[in-house]
Every structure is written in structure tokens, then in C-alpha cells.
Design a protein around this ligand. Structure first.
Ligand SMILES: C[S@@+](CC[C@H](N)C(=O)[O-])C[C@H]1O[C@@H](n2cnc3c(N)ncnc32)[C@H](O)[C@@H]1O
Length: 197
């Protein structure tokens, strides 16, 4: 299992946004591209992946690859699944999530709860261009990567990650878009740390 936790700093927390303007919906396009990058392969799908999107420190939308249906490679498709999750948000009570569609769940939560949940199954690696080179890290089993959207992590988020993340690692010297970082992180794991091709 591989996991990606992506923080959306301006992402919508209600379903009142247009699929025709995902960038205008708090740059939801970035989160949508992260979702598709996490699951898509050419003519195939990565079922052993989990994605948690943190929406404005209020809700966490969890995508489970083993259950997921109806995710096509376009941004609107992921946007539609996120909107469906937000339509179902009132069904989430306390720590209990609501299920919006197969493999798409929503619960109240923030970066802290998302990382805490991810840490139950494996090590947590913050991805940051200023981190230590990931190539020097033996690819961990069941790792959870934590990324930010189009913005930097806020100071409180950075402090939290400094406390709870097992590693802070860079995928390379060039700052990438978050969805590209997801793809490179997959490649790092697929190749045993850029070693097996
Ligand atoms: C567009 S960046 C965030 C904006 C921020 N100004 C920046 O350049 O880091 C999106 C996210 O992708 C990840 N990322 C981007 N480039 C990376 C790199 N070279 N190594 C590791 N993670 C990277 C980080 O998690 C980052 O927060």
C-alpha cells in the first residue's frame, strides 16, 4: 500500500462549485490532478493506493484504490467525486466517515488527523524540495507521502510535520507541481529507489 496525503489550503468545503471552473474553486484542479496521478497508469489503475485530501483543515476526503470506481483520467472526473463527497459530508458524524461513492469517503479532520491515520499503517515522509535527497532513503513499505498543493505548508503545518513525520525528503532540486511530485514518488517506489528498471 502507498499513501498520499495532500493539503488543500483554499479547497472548497461545500459542494457549491462548478466542475467547469476547478481552478476557481480554490485551485481544486491541483488536488484533482494529484488524485489522478496517484491512481492512473496507462490503461491500468493502481489499486494499492490510498489518497487523503485535506480540505481547509475541516474535512478529509479518503480515496481507497481497492474500492474506487468511476475515476477517469480527466480532472472533472476527480472533481465530481470530490463534489459527491462534499454532498455527503453531513453524514459524517464524530470520528465516523460518510461514504459518498465506492472508494470515496469523507470525515471531519485536518492535517493532524490525516497524518495520524496514515501513520497507523506505515512511515510518514514529508515531501519538500528542501528535504534530504530521497535517493538516499531505502524505499519504506506502506509509506505515506505528505504534500502541499500550490502553496507552501503553513508554519503550523510545517511544525506539525517536523514533530510527526519520520522523514523530510526531496525528490530533486527542481520545485515541481504537486501532481508531478506524486508521479516521481511512485517512480521512486516502483524502481526500488531509482535502481530497478
Ligand atoms: C507546487 S509545490 C508547493 C509550492 C511551494 N511554493 C513549493 O515550491 O514548494 C507542491 C508540493 O509538491 C511537493 N514537491 C514539489 N517539488 C518537490 C521536490 N523537488 N521534492 C519533494 N517534494 C516536492 C511538495 O510537497 C510541495 O509542497
Amino acid at each position: 500500500m502507498r499513501e498520499f496525503v495532500v493539503v488543500g489550503h483554499e479547497a472548497p468545503t461545500t459542494a457549491e462549485f462548478s466542475l467547469d471552473d476547478l481552478p476557481g474553486a480554490g485551485r481544486l484542479d491541483v488536488l484533482c490532478r494529484c488524485v489522478t496521478a496517484a491512481f492512473r497508469l496507462s490503461h491500468d489503475f493502481r489499486a494499492d493506493v490510498r489518497v487523503r485530501l485535506v480540505l481547509e483543515e475541516e474535512y478529509v476526503v479518503r480515496f481507497e484504490g481497492s474500492e474506487l470506481r468511476h475515476l477517469r483520467p480527466d480532472e472533472r472526473s476527480a472533481g465530481s467525486l470530490i463534489r459527491g463527497a462534499l454532498e455527503a459530508r453531513d453524514g459524517a458524524v464524530g470520528a465516523m466517515e460518510a461514504t459518498a461513492s465506492p472508494g470515496v469517503h469523507i470525515g471531519a479532520g485536518d492535517l493532524g488527523t490525516a497524518v495520524e491515520a496514515a501513520a497507523e499503517t506505515g512511515p510518514v515522509v514529508e515531501l519538500h524540495a528542501d528535504g534530504a535527497p530521497i535517493v538516499d532513503l531505502e524505499p519504506p513499505e506502506n509509506v505515506a507521502f505528505v504534500l502541499s498543493d500550490h502553496r507552501d505548508f503553513t508554519d503550523p503545518e510545517a511544525d506539525l510535520l517536523e514533530r510527526v513525520a519520520d522523514e523530510r525528503r526531496s525528490l530533486g532540486p527542481a520545485p515541481m507541481h504537486a501532481d508531478d511530485a506524486v508521479t516521481v514518488a511512485h517512480n521512486y517506489l516502483d524502481t526500488g529507489g531509482f535502481e530497478r528498471y
